[in-house]
Each structure stands twice: as C-alpha cells, then as structure tokens.
Design a protein around this ligand. Structure first.
Ligand SMILES: Cc1cc2nc3c(=O)[nH]c(=O)nc-3n(C[C@H](O)[C@H](O)[C@H](O)COP(=O)(O)O)c2cc1C
Length: 204
C-alpha cells in the first residue's frame, strides 16, 4: 500500500517547500518583451506560461501582481515572446531583477533589442525564436469563491514568428536543437531537454 502526503493548499502544505512549482515542471519560460507608453523597453521571464491555441496561435502568461510587463501590455496591446536557450539562462535571470519601469532590462542583461516587424515592442536579438503578439485578453484571476486575486493572465495572438533557420531541419522545427531552458521548482532549479519520446495518438 502506498502512502500519500495529502494537503489542502488554503491550509498550508506542511512541507519544507511548497511543492507546486516542482510538480508542475519543467515549465517553458515566457521571456516577455514589451515597451512602455513612454517608449522604455522592458524584458522579464514568466514561467506561468504556455500556448493555448493553434489557429490562431494564442499564448499566455500569468503575472502575480500588476508588474511592468502587464502595465505595458495593457497600455500598448502588444508584446513579444523570446525563447530562453540554455546559453541565454544568465541573461534571462538578470532580466528578472525587480527594477523600476525606467530601467531597460535589455541593457541591464547585456542583450540587444532587435526591432519587430509589426509591433513596437523589441525582441531579444540573441534569442533564436521570437513571437510578435497582440493582446487578446487581460484577465484578473479569481479564487473558487469568486474573489479577485492579484494575479493577471495575459493572452495574446501570435501575429509574426521569427525562427533562426539553423533550427529548421527539412522544414521541421527541431525542439532539441533549440536547447530550451525550462523552469523547475525552488529558488534555483532549471532543466534542459533529455530524451525524445514519440507516441502517436490513437487512430493517427
Ligand atoms: C525563471 C523565472 C520565472 C518567473 N516566473 C514568473 C511568473 O510566472 N509570474 C510572475 O509574476 N513572476 C515571475 N517571475 C518573476 C518576474 O520575472 C519578476 O517579478 C520581474 O521583475 C517582473 O518584471 P516586470 O515588472 O518588468 O514585468 C519569474 C522569474 C524567473 C527568474
């Protein structure tokens, strides 16, 4: 017979560390670039991030608190997503510093801001993949009782995709070659990709 540690989050987890982020892991990182209404560029990582639709492509991230990225995206209706590779990990980490909106995290992290095609927000020139996005919904989350919480879900339609061509093999995007850095739990855990496992859906 197996034992389980069972807890109700509202009453505390009863462990040394909250296991949630270590269980829902590894997570892709939403490295989000935006521009303030005042023109200052902004860049920050969000690991409460994923893709939610294929056609049109919709991606989203959640900000715990009304952070600069959310403020900029609400003001301009635009943002870009940039792939964090293993090599870009230190720069991604540097861009998460809690600095005032007047600070451009591209400069802070030693990165180059490249222009996007359709939006004023810059993308990270050093990143091999970037998506230009237009805000579709900005949703304040609620708890199960319907009470508003200070977390904001930003959803955007991907309107332009930039892929460095060396990541395309015979027209197929090579996820392993992209070498994404993925977020784990705790203050410092990240993962990189291991083995590729293939499985077709029933009937495919
Ligand atoms: C790997 C990583 C993942 C993060 N994920 C989130 C997240 O999902 N939501 C969030 O609110 N903050 C997250 N943070 C913290 C933000 O990056 C940090 O608060 C940052 O200063 C926000 O920047 P901004 O105010 O320019 O938007 C993360 C930090 C790191 C290093």
């Amino acid at each position: 017979m197996s034992d389980f540690h069972v807890y109700e989050p509202a009453a505390g987890h009863g462990l040394r560390h909250d296991p949630l982020n270590a269980i829902i892991a590894p997570r892709p990182i939403g490295w989000i670039s935006s521009r303030g209404a005042d023109g200052v560029a902004n860049l920050a990582p969000y690991s409460f991030f994923n893709a939610f639709n294929y056609k049109p492509p919709i991606i989203g991230f959640a900000s715990t608190g009304w952070k600069d990225s959310v403020r900029n995206i609400e003001a301009t209706g635009e943002f870009a997503w940039n792939l964090v590779t293993r090599a870009l990990g230190p720069a991604m980490n540097a861009s998460s510093a809690p600095v005032p909106p007047s600070v451009d995290e591209f400069t802070l992290a030693g990165l180059t801001a490249a222009p996007c095609r359709h939006i004023a927000a810059p993308r990270v020139a050093e990143s091999p993949v970037a998506f230009e996005c237009r805000l579709t919904q900005l949703i304040r989350l609620t708890d199960a009782a319907g009470g508003a919480i200070d977390t904001w879900l930003v959803l955007g339609e991907v309107i332009t995709v930039h892929i460095r061509t060396d990541l395309l093999t015979d027209g197929v995007y090579d996820t392993l070659k992209g070498d994404p850095l993925l977020r784990g739990g705790g203050p410092a855990d990240y993962f990189t990709l291991g083995e590729r496992v293939q499985m077709l859906r029933p009937g495919a």
